[in-house]
Design a protein around this ligand. Structure first.
Ligand code: ADP
Ligand code: MG
Length: 337
């Protein structure tokens, strides 16, 4: 693997949290019902994502680690939101900057197979033991690119960023169970199971109910019990979710969670619109907690503006912004504010 590829990889995988996001999103794409994530030392020495999804056939293992190889179809399917720009980059990129082991087993296979990739150098597939699903283990992230290692923050800060990411992924997929464990050896009384940093079992019930349960788990009942129900539609964009009132504000912009087509995003336009709406109706410059889900035709939004960032670009930004502002205004008015 050339140095250039490793640099390109560093653009995709900025820090452990971005690797966790890519790997867990692959698990979601594979239809996983349980995703178990483990890290050690802030993800620097170990990131492991294990799922019970459909797995990768032996013949496609190497392909999955090759640049621009994606099994995900182009076309009108929902996964297509990820097809703009940076498809089939995550696994090869993580493999280029770590010691990666990919192990997988499909339902049809009678054995699991494993394949190593060390700083971009692929090994040969070997038989392994695993029930159905996929395990990606990335050790020593950025060991081949020391310059990138220097950009990492403290283990504590990287662990926090991973935990935040896992919470956001968990809010995006209420029907999926998530566990995040810290396997750092330094942490005293470390059991082989590690320390559980986050756990959410699959939420039961129909989607709306499951989402509310999951939001209560992640953001707290104080938020879900007092938030306004948001529901609106405009020109092919559908918005739903819960918006808090300033009285229940947790004060920081981090408490505002946005999802586009089932993926957590951070978007200045949407956060700005949210703030504008509150300002408009409540004349309050505070940033109440909110969890808002936007659904639209994948053609109308590019979620891969930059691979490591979670920004989105709407074909018609004015529509998304207008929808958010009017939906909030409406909900706040209904709620008597
Ligand atoms: P993309 O997700 O854009 O297709 P990735 O580099 O993230 O690209 O993954 C490459 C391919 O590897 C995927 O298209 C998929 O076929 C396969 N793959 C990766 N992770 C998993 C997983 N957890 N379960 C099943 N298949 C996976
Ligand atoms: Mg992917």
């Amino acid at each position: 693997e050339s140095a250039q590829n490793r640099i390109a990889a560093g653009e995709v995988v900025e820090r452990p949290a971005s690797a966790v996001k890519e790997l867990a999103e692959n698990s979601l794409d594979a239809g996983a019902r349980r995703i178990e994530i483990a890290i050690a030392d802030g993800g620097r020495t170990l990131i492991r994502v294990a799922d019970d999804g459909h797995g990768i056939p032996e013949a496609e293992l190497a392909l999955a680690l090759e640049r621009h190889a994606t099994s995900k179809t182009d076309g009108a399917d929902l996964l297509d939101i990820r097809s703009f720009g940076f498809r089939g980059e995550a696994l090869p990129s993580i493999g280029a900057v770590s010691r990666l082991v990919l192990t997988s087993r499909t339902e049809a296979a009678d054995a699991a197979w494993t394949l190593r990739c060390d700083a971009g150098r692929l090994g040969a597939p070997a038989p392994a033991a695993l029930a159905r699903g996929t395990v990606v283990e990335a050790r020593d992230l950025f060991h081949a690119t020391p310059a990138r290692l220097k950009f990492l923050r403290t283990d504590r800060a990287e662990t926090q960023a991973v935990a935040d990411m896992v919470r956001r992924l968990a809010m995006a997929a209420p029907e999926v169970g998530f566990v995040l464990r810290d396997l750092s050896e330094g942490g005293a009384k470390a059991s082989p199971e590690g320390r559980v940093l986050f756990r959410a079992d699959p939420e039961p019930g129909e989607p709306r109910h499951a989402r509310r349960l999951r939001l209560a788990r992640v953001m707290g009942r104080e938020f879900t019990d007092n938030a306004l129900e948001i529901e609106a539609e405009r020109e092919g964009l559908r918005l739903s979710g819960l918006a808090g009132l300033p009285t229940y504000s947790r004060g920081a912009a981090v408490a505002q969670f946005l999802f586009v087509n089932g993926r957590p995003v951070r978007d200045k336009l949407l956060t700005g619109a949210l703030r504008a709406a509150y300002m408009d109706v409540l004349h309050s410059g505070r940033h109440p907690a909110a969890a808002l889900y936007l659904e639209c035709d994948p053609q109308l939004v590019d979620v891969n503006v930059h691979p490591a960032k979670t920004e989105v670009r709407f074909r018609e930004p004015g529509v998304a912004r207008g929808l958010l502002v009017s939906a909030l205004r409406h909900a706040l008015a209904e709620g008597g504010h």
